[in-house]
Ligand binder design. Structure first.
Ligand code: HEM
Ligand code: HEM
Length: 235
């Protein structure tokens, strides 16, 4: 077969729509399981009864005593946390993560592909609604980019890696948006979209995108002052 044939758009399309999807899903799931086991194996069950010194705002919350004085103290403590210092960022971050997780799962086009592959699929949003969610996601990603570039304290601690991760996360949404709205050549855009989505899935266990799992390990498994619940293990 000639090289031009091998690299023709149809061949790449078929690969990206079939074997690459399975390959990226397997790498994502197996990679995540291996990394999680690796991390858990670096911790041990804590048998001692450790008393955790919690920040005042959290301590106040668990007090169950909702007197006006306690509540006003709770809210003034809350002002010192990121919710008080960067409320816009918190709202944007919640929208960003919500759209990031629900849009691809409940997307009609994805569910059609899943139905074709395994014979059943999930409930789907209307295409218009999914397109709006994608747009909201893109605005949130732009906010994160602008914040990183223009906020001196954030720029100082940002490296190329941080920009790459933001780009890898945003690429499936940007290309998906352009495909749906039929901007540029449909075939090229859908190929770019599928490759971008597969790259993101592969990146989940091997880059800092793994934070989505580390969040739960850090907050619910390990014992430290920000643990939600009791926690059971220490490093
Ligand atoms: C694993 C490989 C993937 C395949 C094969 C795939 C396939 C598709 C297809 C066929 C469409 C419909 C395009 C159209 O309207 O004609 C689409 C749209 C879309 N995909 Fe994917 N996708 C993949 C991964 C992802 C991932 C990982 C994400 C995000 C995390 C994503 C987000 C989107 C979004 C947001 C849209 C729609 C955008 C809009 O309606 O405005 N996709 N995808
Ligand atoms: C339950 C799952 C997740 C949790 C709890 C979580 C939590 C967080 C937190 C706490 C931050 C830092 C605060 C912020 O800047 O917003 C963050 C940032 C970020 N997350 Fe997640 N995340 C999750 C899933 C994901 C996934 C699946 C991806 C990508 C596929 C992702 C991509 C990002 C990116 C790119 C940033 C940095 C934005 C920037 O450049 O400032 N997150 N996440």
């Amino acid at each position: 077969m000639e090289l031009t044939n091998i690299l023709s758009a149809d061949v790449i399309y078929d690969l990206a729509r079939g074997p690459f999807v399975w390959m990226s899903l397997v790498l994502c799931i197996v990679g995540t399981m291996v990394r999680t086991l690796q991390l858990i194996s670096l911790t041990k069950v804590e048998k001692r009864n450790i008393r955790i010194q919690r920040p005042a705002a959290i301590k106040q919350k668990s007090n169950q005593n909702f007197s006006a004085k306690n509540l006003s103290r709770f809210f003034s403590d809350l002002k010192l946390t990121i919710i008080g210092t960067s409320p816009v960022t918190i709202v944007v971050s919640c929208m960003f993560h919500l759209c990031l997780i629900i849009t691809p799962i409940f997307l009609l086009a994805h569910n059609i592909l899943i139905e074709e592959a395994v014979g059943f699929s999930l409930f789907s949003f209307s295409e218009h609604f999914a397109d709006r969610l994608t747009f909201i996601f893109l605005i949130c990603a732009a906010y994160f980019l602008i914040r990183r570039v223009f906020l001196p304290r954030l720029r100082a601690i940002s490296s190329v890696y941080d920009y790459i991760i933001l780009a890898v996360t945003t690429a499936p949404f940007l290309t998906g948006y352009l495909v749906y709205d039929q901007v540029f050549d449909y075939k090229i855009m859908i190929i770019l979209h599928m490759l971008a989505g597969e790259l993101m899935l592969i990146a989940i266990p091997f880059t800092k995108i793994y934070h989505m799992f580390f969040f739960f390990i850090g907050r619910f498994v390990l014992i430290h002052q920000h643990t939600l619940g009791k926690g059971s293990r220490t490093w």
